[in-house]
Design a binder for this molecule. Structure first.
Ligand code: PLP
Length: 476
């Protein structure tokens, strides 16, 4: 049973442990047929009570993941159906202007329509956000800093926030000082500024394929061309294809979501991150690193960004608080190499003069007070649970040959449907039926992935969501 407080469902401790264990099982830490440690050992390892460990194992038994063998313990069962990962696409033949992005705003607008179940935009439901703590922080900031709150906080931004961002990056082995940090309105703005610093209209940018549609829009708005590099749903951007592309074309910048990309949820391994940096260094191509999902691993520690290996100022590091604490704060950050520090500040100033001062101060205070890491642990466990649940429902409801991604982090699922289906057409019908999803072609500069779709797993799981998935499956 789920506990509820003021009508909001809370996950119990044993469910959260069950989710963590399920991710470990999915990631082969405990492969099929292996025995889980005994409940006492498990309790000690996971720092929970023995009864929580017992309940977690029972929950996994119910979910069909574990099997109890009398006087022997819990064993990992063969999962009933394992969907294959989506296929890797072929490379673009040439750099090209972006097409087909007109529908994005329509999908995003549906997020604000209460009668539509949002499986489309990658926005966590408010139940996932620390709403009450944020409210307290806003109150205290408005009370204690009221004179600052009514004024601008010109670039580079509020000094206490620059310090907090630099400290977090230092914890990820990045050599970044507070002076290196520029506060922006969002990760999207950070990426746009980084591309303005590194390209001229008409230039070519190498990107992952599939990639986040907001990036495609930035590339388009700056008059740039995209060169789509095939991206493996497990390993990430193909370094072999990128090597060939760099030899063939003049590429001015490369944009990569290094940890838990959108939509595939891929984490580049440390070795591949270093190889990517070496390859780009060799060709003197700057890397715009979007690390917006880096704090959201579904299991294991927070991975390092490529920036942490950057000794020669090649990486433009971009992130924000949109996917973790609040998309509504509208606060992001950019760490540009020192030679571009001033120009980056100037570009941000031209864009919006200043980022909202109260938002900056609230975020700085939230990080300063040490709330963030504790919150992230709960959040990642929730996302692990949501991804497992969405995968299960898609596997049960969607056609048999459907392929499903296995994200290592973040909270979206990439689904490849069999046959000739066009998910852009499907979306119109789905929206009429009160369900949104993101059609696959939005994730390509050239209309690839028409038979794919992306689902947001950070939803408040209730009957409406269950019903929405049934509705969607009937439209397929
Ligand atoms: C990879 C990626 N980068 C950037 C963004 C935009 O984030 P922000 O709200 O900080 O602009 C998103 C949002 O979906 C995203 O998925």
């Amino acid at each position: 049973m789920r506990k509820t407080v003021s009508g909001v469902e809370l996950m119990t401790l044993y469910q959260s442990l069950a989710d963590r264990l399920q991710v470990l099982i999915r990631d082969q830490v405990y492969p099929v047929g292996s025995r889980l440690p005994g409940v006492r050992v498990l309790a000690e390892q996971q720092q929970v009570s023995v009864s929580t460990a017992v309940n977690a194992c029972r929950e996994l038994e119910q979910r069909g993941v574990l099997e109890a063998r009398p006087r022997s313990g819990y064993y990992v069962r063969q999962p009933p159906v394992v969907r294959e990962a989506p296929r890797v696409t072929t490379a673009s033949r040439r750099p090209r202007r972006i097409t087909g992005q007109e529908r994005v705003l329509q999908i995003l607008q549906s997020v604000n329509n209460p009668s539509v179940v949002n499986l489309g935009a990658a926005v966590p439901a408010p139940e996932y956000m620390p709403v009450a703590t944020m409210e307290r922080m806003f109150h205290s900031v408005l009370r204690e800093e009221r004179r600052r709150c009514v004024g601008y906080a010109f670039p580079p931004g509020a000094p206490e926030l620059c310090t907090q961002v630099a400290r977090r990056l230092a914890g990820l082995q990045c050599e970044v000082s507070p002076e290196d940090v520029l506060i922006t309105n969002s990760c999207q703005e950070s990426v746009a500024i980084a591309l303005k610093l590194t390209t001229q209209p008409g230039d070519t940018v190498a990107i992952e394929s599939p990639t986040y549609y907001g990036l495609l829009q930035v590339i388009d708005s700056l008059g740039l061309k995209a060169l789509e590099i095939p991206t493996d749903p497990v390993e990430g951007i193909s370094l072999e294809a990128l090597t060939l592309a760099l030899e063939r074309w003049k590429v001015s910048a490369c944009v990569v979501v290094s940890n838990f990309s959108n939509p595939l949820g891929v984490r580049l391994s440390d070795a591949r991150k270093q190889a990517l940096l070496a390859l780009l260094s060799k060709h003197k191509v700057p890397l715009v690193e979007d690390d917006i999902y880096g704090d959201l691993p579904l299991s294991g520690p927070r991975p390092r960004p490529v920036k942490s290996w950057d000794k020669n100022g090649l990486v433009y590091y971009c992130s924000s608080s949109s996917k973790t604490l609040s998309a509504g704060l509208r606060v992001g950050w950019l760490v540009a190499p020192e030679r571009h520090r001033e120009k980056a500040q100037h570009l941000q100033f031209i864009n919006t003069v200043s980022v909202a001062t109260p938002s900056q101060l609230v975020l700085a205070r939230y990080l300063e007070r040490g709330h963030y890491d504790r919150f992230l642990r709960q959040l990642c466990a929730e996302h692990a649970r949501g991804v497992v649940r969405m995968t299960e429902r898609v596997t049960q409801l969607f056609p048999q040959q459907t392929r499903v991604s296995r994200p290592a982090g973040g909270f979206v699922l990439w689904v490849e449907l069999p046959g000739e289906v066009d998910t852009t057409e499907l979306m119109e019908k789905a929206l009429e039926a009160g369900v949104s999803f993101a059609p696959g072609s939005l994730f390509s500069a050239s209309g690839k992935f028409a038979n794919c779709l992306r689902l947001n797993c950070a939803v408040k799981w209730d009957n409406r969501v269950e019903q929405a998935l049934v509705t969607l499956s009937r439209l397929l």
